[in-house]
Design a protein around this ligand. Sequence first.
Ligand code: ATP
Length: 361
Amino acid sequence: MVELVLEDIHIMYDDFHAIKGFNLTVKDSEIATLLGPSGCGKTSLLRAVAGFNIPSSGRIFLDDEDITELPPQKRGMGMIFQNYALWPHMSVEANIGYGLKVRKVGREERKKIVMDLVKQVQLEGHDQKFPTQLSGGQQQRVALARALAISPKILLCDEPLSNLDFKLRVELRTEIRDIAKQHGVTVVYVTHDQTEALAISDKVAIIDEGTLIQEGSPLSIFSNPETLFVANFVGENNTLDATVSDTSGKLKVKLKSGEELITNVTNSDLAPGIDVTLVTRFNELNFAPAEAGNQLKGKLRHLAFMGDFVQAEITLHDDKLFTVNIKENLEKYSNLEMGSEVSIQIPADAMFVFKDGKRVV
Ligand code: ATP
């Protein structure tokens, strides 16, 4: 059993308060991701878990042991970084086996563990090469195998895929998740890429300016953002300012562009005239059939063919830009002329409503 608990962590750099009372529990074998914009404090937290930073206050527990001030080498953690950090003068085999050698594991057993890992990370035939003879993706595979070789209590990953191209990032994030699950290792993963976080994690912790904003499964974070910040950070969205127009049944709102929309919200605290913000996902909208309700009208500004869908950019009546990913009738819509009048359907359940940055339901 390996459970990591961060309890009321504060990190100060001189008088700059980088982490402000952060709490998180990462359960045994769980992959937990710290997700947030650049500078929000992800690396500071990861370094505190690794032992490179001692928090200004708060405690870190590994199982029931307080490790807050334990030196990094005594924590039994493996780490992979954005820049791979391999030993350039050592072969793949020697890099992966390094931690085992330090721990005085015999040559034969070492070889067996290393070769098993070489196979798992799909580097068979590359074990005698040196890091400079490998691609970025292969180097990160070596780093992963090296981190796992010592059977770490926790695997820490600091933006490990940031230097790789898109296709490889997608491939490797699946591999990292699969291999971590095979090893049953508990993982703390840092990224600013929301798609990567959703794909790789069991739990996502969203951080803004050193504060935990929301934590939960990828599905719960995506489907139930509690704040405008989370909704905007996770998913590709349109944000629209609106005013409450009717609260007698389901909440009705009037947009700056003049249209009125019915939402799914039944919150009775909202009164007509109150300002709210609507968030809609590009992927949950479509051009409207003639008879549809809840429509938004505008002029087509740009169409981009994206493969599985066409991304349409529309200028609304208040000149705001609005984006829709069209997934049906691609041929028909691809031929629309720029400037044509189009209607977009906004289903009531495809809208999040926020008041003062907090979600209302
Ligand atoms: P990125 O995604 O850009 O790596 P991050 O979320 O990992 O960012 P941190 O590197 O943890 O953020 O930094 C959090 C804040 O603390 C930033 O404002 C950063 O400038 C500041 N900071 C980090 N390390 C130090 C330091 N050693 N001294 C002073 N300020 C620091």
